[in-house]
Design a protein around this ligand. Structure first.
Ligand code: ATP
Ligand code: MG
Length: 267
C-alpha cells in the first residue's frame, strides 16, 4: 500500500512544487515507485517534468466523473516516476466543488469532500506505487481540503525567510481538526522541510533554529539550499537530479528523499 503524502502550505512560493518534483525524482532513483499528482492549476509540476499542459489531461475530468484517476497517469522519462498532470481547467475545480457542496439533491452529498479519496482508492489498494506525492495549490481551499482528506501524511515546506511560521497554525489546526473529527484519523505530519537556505546569511540559520524549536524532530535534518541550478531546472523540464546531478541542490534532495524513506519506514 503506497504512502500518500500531501505537500502543502497555503503560503505561495515556499518550494512546494520544487520539493514535489525533486522528491519524486529522487525517490524514483532510489527504486521507490512514485506517482506525482499535480493538484495546482498553475501546472508547475507538469511543466517541471517536461510535459505540455493539455486540455482534459488533469484531475478535472476525474472530478466531473468523466474519467478515472488511473486513466490520467502518464509515464515520465525519469526512473520510477509517473505523473498526473494539471492544466488550466483545474481552475474551475474550486467552483465546481463549491457548487457540489450546495447540491442538496445529490445522492452523494459528501462528494465535494471525498471525490479525490474515492478516485485514489484503486491506487491506495493497489501495488503499482510505493509513494504518492501531491503538490497542492497555495491555499487552504476545497482542492487542498480534498487532498488532506485523502492523504496519510502532510509534508510542509517552509522557506528560510522572515516569519516562516506566520499562518502555519491554519494548516496544522486543519490537520488536527480532520483527525479529531474522524474525517481523516490517519493524517500525520511527516515533516517540515526547510527550503531555500542561504548559508551566507545569519537569517537562514536563525529561522531554521526557530522552526526546530517550534516543530522539534518533525523538521527534516536535511535543509535544501538556495541554488540557482534548482531554480533553472524546471525551465528545462527536468528535476535537478537529471539537470545537474552533482550540484548541491541535487545532493540535498537526494538526502531528503532518503530521510523521507526512513520516516515512512519504506526501507
Ligand atoms: P506556489 O505557491 O506558487 O505553488 P511553490 O510553493 O510551489 O509556489 P516553488 O514554485 O517550488 O514554490 O518555488 C518558488 C520559486 O522559488 C520558484 O521560482 C522556484 O524555482 C524557486 N525555488 C524553489 N526552491 C529553490 C531553491 N532551493 N533554490 C533556488 N530557488 C528555488
Ligand atoms: Mg507550486
Amino acid at each position: 500500500m503506497p504512502s500518500v503524502i500531501a505537500i502543502a502550505n497555503q503560503k505561495g512560493g515556499v518550494g512546494k512544487t520544487t520539493t514535489a518534483v525533486n522528491l519524486a525524482a529522487c525517490l524514483g532513483s532510489l527504486g521507490k515507485r512514485a506517482l506525482l499528482i499535480d493538484m495546482d492549476a498553475q501546472a508547475n509540476c507538469t511543466s517541471g517534468l517536461g510535459f505540455e499542459k493539455t486540455p482534459n489531461e488533469s484531475l478535472y475530468p476525474v472530478l466531473l466523473g468523466e474519467s478515472s484517476l488511473e486513466e490520467q497517469i502518464k509515464e515520465t522519462e525519469y526512473e520510477c516516476v509517473s505523473l498526473i498532470p494539471s492544466e488550466f481547467d483545474l481552475c474551475a475545480a474550486e467552483v465546481e466543488l463549491a457548487r457540489m457542496s450546495f447540491d442538496t439533491k445529490s445522492d452523494n452529498p459528501d462528494r465535494h469532500l471525498n471525490w479525490f479519496k474515492e478516485a485514489l482508492e484503486p491506487i491506495v489498494k493497489g501495488q503499482r506505487f510505493d509513494v504518492v506525492l501531491i503538490d497542492c495549490p497555495p491555499s487552504l481551499g476545497k482542492l487542498t481540503l480534498s487532498v488532506l482528506i485523502a492523504a496519510h501524511h502532510l509534508l510542509i515546506p517552509l522557506q528560510c525567510e522572515y516569519y516562516p511560521l506566520e499562518g502555519i497554525s491554519s494548516i496544522t489546526d486543519l490537520m488536527e481538526q480532520l483527525k479529531s473529527s474522524g474525517v481523516n484519523k490517519k493524517l500525520e505530519l511527516i515533516g517540515v522541510l526547510m527550503t531555500m537556505f542561504d548559508s551566507r546569511t545569519n537569517l537562514s540559520r536563525m529561522v531554521v533554529g526557530e522552526v526546530r524549536q517550534h516543530f522539534g524532530d518533525k523538521v527534516f535534518w536535511t535543509v535544501i539550499p538556495r541554488a540557482t541550478r534548482v531554480a533553472e531546472s524546471p525551465s528545462h523540464g527536468k528535476p535537478i537530479l537529471y539537470y545537474d546531478p552533482y550540484s548541491a541542490g541535487s545532493a540535498a534532495y537526494e538526502v531528503a528523499a532518503g530521510e523521507l524513506i526512513k520516516r515512512l519506514d519504506l526501507d
